[in-house]
Each structure stands twice: as structure tokens, then as C-alpha cells.
Design a protein around this ligand. Sequence first.
Ligand SMILES: Cc1ncc(COP(=O)(O)O)c(C=O)c1O
Length: 367
Amino acid sequence: MKDLVNPNLLELMPYKAGKPVEELQRTYNLKRIVKLASNENPFQIPDNVKNKIREEIENISTYPCSDSYYLRQAIAEKSGLGIDNVMVGAGSVEIITMITRAFLNPGEKVLTSEKTFIMYKIAAIETQGAVSFVEAKMDDEFRFSLSNIMDKIDKMVKIIFLTNPNNPTGTIVDGKEIAKFIKNVPDNILVVLDNAYEEYVTKGADYLTGLEYINKKKNVIVLRTFSKVYGLAGLRIGYALGHPETLSLLSRVKAPFNVTRIAQKAALESLRSDDFKNKSYELNQKNKAILLSQLKGLGIKTIPSETNFLMFFPETDISELNEKLLKEGVIIRPLRAFGVPDAMRVTIGFEEDNNFFVEKLKTALGK
Ligand SMILES: Cc1ncc(COP(=O)(O)O)c(C=O)c1O
């Protein structure tokens, strides 16, 4: 079969998601499993959103609104933009793959940092092969180095992904630095600001949302998601903000009816649930500080995070540690595939789940 497939796919390592709870339950027959592997919101979604989902079940024999009209309208209103500045996808991951399909031509390259979200690499390789993906080194504090990225720009670089905050390091880049970067990047290079964790950034931090560029710079796209602070990871829904001309080109690769009815309705209702968002942010701030000090207390190096997860360095064999934790019912993320083979990433959950993780980690490390 190999000679039949798109040859780019032979160069691709498929995305490996965290183990599902059900699989671990089957394998080890465990009573309690704590999954802190995929940066989801620990809270159940609010009742008003659940009710909208139940109501929409009545309509699922018919296709959804293909261009997510009402949701786009609501996002636009909330962001102070127009409806044509918004495009909705089945998770922001769908939009990442659409961006490379729409804009990456043969010979052109995607540029990002090392130690970041793997989907940019997958999307680039799928579209134009392994030669189309370039990474710049990070700085010593595990932040995107915009100067290293700038140094890697040549005439074949077409798309730059800036993940802010970054997954898996949890770090942000100062808003002023990104603004300077955008000013200096040639207009024929797309700059994609992947702001999946934007809502978790500490209030008052020097953080750039990118909204100010949407109608001014056609080469800037902002990606956001309902999977994190809005708690809708299971419905797969995210969106892009961009100049109408850019998004209308991007929409040429959009599959019809790409976002389900239920996802559209739930996301629309979520936008009206600021209390839930605030509650999720507050809990995360509190539990992040507790978890950080617990890990520090164990003498484990951690990286300060502006997200709902922490990267840490257990100074032991990571696959062995991961296996021990799985056997104890703890699912977190080893980071070899992210380019940080000596680190793991844990999502910040409810305090009792975080404590369960810390206890099992202590035992596994013999501390
Ligand atoms: C940086 C980053 N971007 C995008 C996504 C994907 O989000 P979605 O669920 O909207 O596809 C993630 C998910 O973990 C992420 O970490």
C-alpha cells in the first residue's frame, strides 16, 4: 500500500493523544483513575449550556448551519469585530490543518519554535513533506525566542505559528515583543497566533490578544478554542479571527457542515457564561499555585505557567515513571513527542485529583 499513499504521510508521526480513562481501566482494573493529561477544564459545563445541548438533540437529523452563522455573529460581537472576521472549525486543530492546506505551496515552509504543540509540524508535513517544517531554538527559560524565529526567516518561510501561552512549557512572550515581531515580519508571511490558553493568562500580564491586528493586517490570524476554559473539549469546536479576505481564502478548504449543531449551540451558550469562565480561571490560579509549591517541595524543577498545566522535570527515566503512574491510575503527559524528553506535563485539576497525582508521584519517585 505504501506506494499508493501520499508520500508526505510516510514522513509523518501521527498525533498520539493521552491514554483514555476507559483503556487504562480495562488494562489495570483500577478503582480510581485521575486523568490530567489533555489540559481540559475539570468542571462540568454549566446547566444553561447542558440544557441547550439537550434541546438541540431534537434537530440532529438535519445538517448544521454550514457557516456557523449565529455563533460567528456572537463571537464577532464579543470580540468587537465583524462576522466576516470569524471562522469556526471542529476544534482549532481543524483550522491549523486548513491553514497549511490553503497557504503552504510546494517548496514553502512552516516556521515555529521547538518544544511546542505538535499539530503545526503534522499539518506542515501532511501538506508539503518534512522539508517544509522548520523549528527555532527557545530561550533558556523555555519561552518562544522571537529573535531566533526571526533569524530563521528566509524567502521560503510562508507561515509562522506563535503559541502564546505555549503548550507544553506554559510560558508566554511579552505582548510588546510580539507587537514588534509582527511589525517586522514581511507582509507575505502569515503569522498565526495560537491563543488556545489565552483565558488562563494571569490578569494584568503583558499579553497580546492580537485583536488589534485583525482588520489592519491581512497576514495575522488568531486561533482560539472552546476546548479549554469553556469546557467543551468533547464537542470539538474552535475558531479563527482574521481579515475577511484571508478567511474567505481559508474557507475554500473548509468541509461543508464541519461543526456539529450541538457544538455550535453549546459554544453560543458558553459565550453567555462568564461566571463559569471566571470560576474556572480562579480555580486554576489557586490550584496551580498549590501544585507548584507541592512539586517544588519535592525538589522537582517546574516552569512557571500561564496556563492550566505545569511542565516539570522529575530527573528520572520518564517512560518508567509514566508506566508506574499509569499502574497507579494517574494519566499525565510524557513530553518526548514535544521535544522535551526529560519532562512531563500535568494538567491542573481539582485539588483532590492534584493531591492524588502528587501522592502517586511521591511514591513512584521514592520520596
Ligand atoms: C496550543 C494548542 N492549540 C490548539 C489546541 C487544540 O485545541 P482544539 O481542541 O480547539 O482543537 C491545543 C490543544 O491542546 C493546544 O494546546
